[in-house]
Design a protein around this ligand. Structure first.
Ligand SMILES: *[C@@H]1O[C@H](CO)[C@@H](O)[C@H](O)[C@H]1NC(C)=O
Ligand SMILES: *[C@@H]1O[C@H](CO)[C@@H](O)[C@H](O)[C@H]1NC(C)=O
Ligand SMILES: *[C@@H]1O[C@H](CO)[C@@H](O)[C@H](O)[C@H]1NC(C)=O
Ligand SMILES: *[C@@H]1O[C@H](CO)[C@@H](O)[C@H](O)[C@H]1NC(C)=O
Length: 947
């Protein structure tokens, strides 16, 4: 008994000693509440220091956290699988999707993965060898926070409260009903990073979402691996290892345009914000060092009311005068030093945030690289990043290593900071070992066509694997999500796309898209693509052009070299030319030696086929099986009137809107404005269009309602005086739409006044007697219907053309009956505005696209572009339409869309168009295998050469 009591005493003493050790050096009694507080503080300290990322056990998962109960397993059989791997990895075989995961790739022994019950529900899809890729990952999207169609009350992309807002979260503005989700999915996009806009230096936190509808129908339900700090379900983030967080920064013109600040202010904003975060981080670290050392007395809690002012003055708001108010940061004594407004930026310093920085120019990139080194934080990605290809060594100096560079393929030059951007940037960066991402900045580029950005990058020289990785595994890694998306591997999320052709072929379109194993396209309309589309395009050699872009610091000379004398084109496989107002194919005889010849003198073809007598040629150009085709015509953008869209001093400007409340400026001379009077030549968009096979542009003055008179001009002319004007006054242009300065009915009444009136400018007389077309920029089917009724009541002939015409498919037959022409300017449709909301989406959502539908109705259809940068891509736009038409649009029709049809619609006589011919080397006008090497112009009497 005695011994037993003695043992109990001993135990009690030992326990007390142990307790004393734990709570040292506080000898006093520690209450349970204080113990809980200490445990919480220690957990916060541990959490602050823990690195972000998936737990090491992540790949042991058997089911995705996004798995939807009741989803049937799917076996996709006989696919050509590009896995997203580091090497050019293609597996032919099957893929099993189950429990929201990719369970097996290649040869799939089903019983190893599925239970008997699951086997019963297995859906088997044989894709007959079709190409499969991982789901497309969009590193830069504003889907859901922006609004399509655009509605003023619904744009949550940018907060305009202050330049520094690290506490905002894009998830708080995410509209789950946006029209863009379905469109993006139909382009194979399965995951997107939703970034706040670029109006602020720090616009807020970004979130990664999967683009499928969820049962919960909530924004939170769309999130992929959200940080636990988001408190979706109330469980404390302290119980879980930290996940990656995401944030947006922006420098350069956008934040400067919104706030009255410049680049110097921007950099100071960043430094001041990071200094705040650094002070909080340092206070945390000092605090944690003490408590982890058991020195609780040093962080004793004082009276509730006692707060210690941390010496931090923080700029958070701009008041009405644009003056910044200061906001000081206070922390209760004895508490873990923390601030809800700055905790995310503190996490940037702790390396737990994947930072996306919108930055274009060398000056901006340099500032961020210095910032990252001053405050020691990594940058995950630079976005837009127009000049990154010019400063690879600078990028490598970023703290923690070179970021991924997220680029557009060809959407350039709308502001100074985008002026030196290059289509060769992806390949140049890749040559420096820097990871390249193609991004949409949806809706700037419609996310639906993100893969096309990668395909263009490949066309201009980016390696095929890197091009595919640029929209799959590379952005996945830049998001810190590379452990589960962006690759087709066992255990990855079941996000895959089955394509109708090789994914880098022009016009590649999904047949089916799976997100978390769930098929996303209800009834897929698949176009039958030509055999050549099933292999990666054998792209042209742009080495010299890429080198010139770098050596000329982004502004390589674009002017052609003019040959006045004789040129001989060898190995020409096809020749099309203008004859009698049409574009027709001319037989090219093969020479005995193989390959056929075309001899050109003074820009005119003088011999085709056996041309033995044409020795002593000035220059021989090998077309390598390429073709010669008439120059294309472009319409729809202000090309020739606008050089840098957002810089007024580089542009013709807008004409006065006669329906606006402001009075018209007093006019001397013409009251209907003529575009010919404002033309500028030699601009970069103009010359790139020329290099893209476009020889004529039709531009109308920019304005609302009464725009003025369009002009047709030669894009390759050096100035207005040298064979430049094809037709000085082509057509009269008006724009009618909702949201203008006057009601739609007022616009129609004014138009009726113009048509039924007498007198006025000569162009009005010509429109009234039907000898010049009236081109109406109009998108809404309702307004087009009103215009058709107006035309029906017009006593004479009225040559009417609709331009834009997104909703024209709804009244295609009526448009055809009325003899109205249509110029489709958004061949890749997108519901930008309410007037455009009823687009005909095209495959895989609908069987037909707009152009095909209008052609079937018998409408005279042309294809144009809205943006001047895109004029150079006219041949790809037309090709896309033809490729998705299931063979209904043949080559002659396709050529007519950007030549004769378009010209008729705009008041040009196809018979009187200059017979410019373009030589494409290596392939056809409508493919990714060719490039323009020469333009032959009879009118200018010369051959322009680009090699
Ligand atoms: C896969 O599809 C291709 C193309 O249709 C076909 O030639 C091949 O035989 C198919 N292979 C299997 C294993 O079904
Ligand atoms: C709450 O979410 C976290 C992930 O953020 C997860 O680990 C935890 O299990 C969830 N808890 C409940 C009760 O669902
Ligand atoms: C013509 O070009 C094609 C494609 O490059 C090539 O395969 C063919 O050998 C060339 N023919 C001659 C005669 O050079
Ligand atoms: C139309 O009007 C213009 C300008 O008055 C005139 O030059 C032209 O001959 C007229 N054309 C027709 C077909 O009446």
């Amino acid at each position: 008994m005695v011994a037993h009591r003695y043992q109990l005493y001993l135990l009690a003493i030992l326990l007390s000693l142990a307790l004393y050790q734990v709570s040292k050096p506080l000898p006093t009694h520690v209450s349970p509440a204080e113990q809980a507080r200490r445990a919480d503080i220690l957990a916060r300290c541990a959490y602050a220091k823990a690195p972000a990322g998936p737990p090491p056990t992540f790949h042991a998962r058997q089911q995705s956290d996004r798995y939807v109960r009741g989803t049937n397993p799917v076996l996709v059989k006989n696919a050509t699988i590009w896995t997203g791997g580091d090497v050019d990895e293609v597996v032919r075989g099957d893929v099993l999707l189950a429990h929201g995961l990719i369970k097996a790739v290649g040869v799939v022994p089903l019983d190893a993965y599925l239970t008997g019950a699951e086997m019963v529900n297995l859906e088997v899809v044989d894709v007959g060898g079709a190409w499969m890729t991982p789901g497309i990952v969009d590193l830069h999207s504003h889907i859901g926070v922006g609004s399509s169609p655009e509605l003023n009350g619904a744009d949550d992309t940018n907060s305009l409260k202050a330049p520094i807002l690290p506490w905002l979260r894009s998830i708080d503005g995410l509209n789950t009903h946006d029209a863009s989700y379905e469109l993006a999915r139909s382009g194979g996009v399965t995951t997107a990073q939703i970034l706040p806009g670029s109006a602020n230096n720090i616009g807020g936190q970004a979130f990664v979402i999967k683009l499928r509808d969820t049962q919960e129908r909530s924004p939170s339900g769309m999130l992929l691996e959200p940080p636990h700090t988001l408190s979706i379900n109330g469980s404390s983030h302290l119980n879980n290892p930290p996940r990656w967080r995401h944030m947006k920064h922006a420098c350069g013109e956008n934040p400067s345009r919104v706030y009255s600040q410049n680049r110097m202010d921007t950099q100071w904003n960043f430094r001041r914000a990071y200094d705040t975060a650094r002070q909080i981080r340092d206070a945390q670290d000092a605090f944690c060092a003490r408590v982890e050392d058991g020195r609780w007395d040093a962080v004793r809690r004082m009276d509730e009311d006692v707060v210690r002012r941390m010496d931090v003055d923080v700029t958070t708001e701009v008041d009405g005068d644009g003056v910044w108010d200061d906001w000081s940061h206070e922390v209760a004594d004895g508490e873990f030093p923390e601030d809800l407004q700055w905790e995310a930026l503190v996490d940037v310093l702790r390396g737990k945030v994947k930072l996306a920085v919108h930055c274009y120019e060398a000056v901006d990139l340099d500032g961020i690289v210095r910032l990252s080194n001053e405050f020691k934080f990594p940058v995950a990605s630079f976005h837009h990043a127009g000049e990154t290809y010019l400063v690879p060594d600078l990028l490598k100096k970023t703290w923690g290593g070179a970021p991924s560079i997220a680029l557009f393929a060809s959407n350039f030059r709308k502001k100074r900071e985008a002026y030196r951007s290059s289509e060769f940037a992806p390949r140049v960066l890749a040559e420096h070992g820097i990871p390249v991402v193609m991004k949409s900045d949806h809706p700037v580029v419609n996310s639906r066509y993100l893969l096309h950005e990668a395909a263009q990058a490949h066309y201009y020289g980016l390696d095929a694997s890197l091009a595919l990785q640029s929209v799959t595994s590379t952005p996945a890694a830049a998001l810190g999500m590379g452990h589960r998306i962006g690759s087709i591997r066992e255990g990855y999320d079941a996000d895959i796309v089955v394509w109708d052709s090789h994914p880098l072929a022009l016009g590649a379109t999904p047949q089916q898209v799976y997100i978390d194993g769930i098929p996303q396209i209800k009834s897929s309309h698949v176009s039958h693509k030509p055999r050549s589309s099933h292999c990666a395009p054998n792209t042209p050699d742009f080495d010299a052009e890429a080198a010139a872009a770098v050596s000329h610091v982004g502004l390589p000379p674009l002017e052609p070299r003019a040959l006045a004398g004789r040129a001989i084109f060898v190995n020409v496989s096809s020749l099309w030319t203008r004859a009698g107002g049409e574009v027709v194919e001319v037989e090219v005889e093969r020479e005995a030696a193989g390959g056929s010849l075309v001899v050109v003198e003074g820009g005119r073809i003088v011999c085709i086929g056996s041309c033995a007598s044409y020795g002593g040629t000035v220059e021989t150009i090998d077309l390598k099986g390429g073709s010669i085709v008439p120059g294309l015509t472009t319409y729809g953008s202000p090309i020739g009137l606008s050089e840098i869209r957002l810089e007024a001093s580089t542009n013709d400007g807008s004409v006065h809107d006669p329906l606006s409340a402001s009075p018209a400026p007093p006019m001397i001379g013409d009251t209907i404005i003529r575009a010919v009077d404002g033309l500028q030549f030699g601009g970069r968009n103009t010359l790139l269009a020329y290099r893209g096979g476009v020889t004529t542009a039709v531009s109308a003055p920019t304005g609302s309602f009464l725009q003025g008179i369009s002009t047709a001009f030669a894009v390759g002319a050096p100035n207005a005086l040298q064979h430049a004007i094809v037709k000085s006054d082509a057509a009269l242009h008006v724009a009618i739409g909702h949201g203008g300065s006057a009601s739609v009915s007022t616009q129609i009444a004014a138009l009726r006044g113009l048509l039924f009136g007498t007198g006025g400018d000569e162009i009005l007389q010509r429109v009234r007697n039907g000898s010049a077309p009236l081109v109406v920029a109009v998108e809404s089917a309702d307004i087009m219907s009103t215009l058709l009724r107006l035309k029906a009541t017009y006593p004479g002939a009225l040559a009417l053309t609709f331009a834009g015409a997104a909703e024209a498919h709804l009244i295609a037959d009526e448009i055809a009956q009325a003899g109205v022409s249509v110029v489709v300017t958004s061949n890749k449709p997108y519901p930008w505005t309410w007037d455009q909301r009823r687009i005909l989406a095209g495959p895989p959502i609908t069987e037909e696209g707009l152009v095909a539908r209008l052609l079937r109705a018998g409408v005279n259809v042309g294809v144009g572009v809205v943006d001047e940068y895109n004029a150079r891509n006219t041949r790809f736009e037309v090709a896309w339409t033809a490729l998705e038409s299931n063979g209904r649009i043949d080559k002659a029709t396709a050529l007519a869309l950007a030549t004769t049809n378009l010209e008729k619609a705009l008041g040009l006589s196809p018979e009187r168009m200059p017979n410019d011919l373009i030589a494409y080397q290596g392939g056809d006008v409508f493919g990714f295998e060719s490039k323009v090497v020469a333009v032959m112009s009879e009118q200018m009497g010369r051959t322009d050469v680009f090699v």
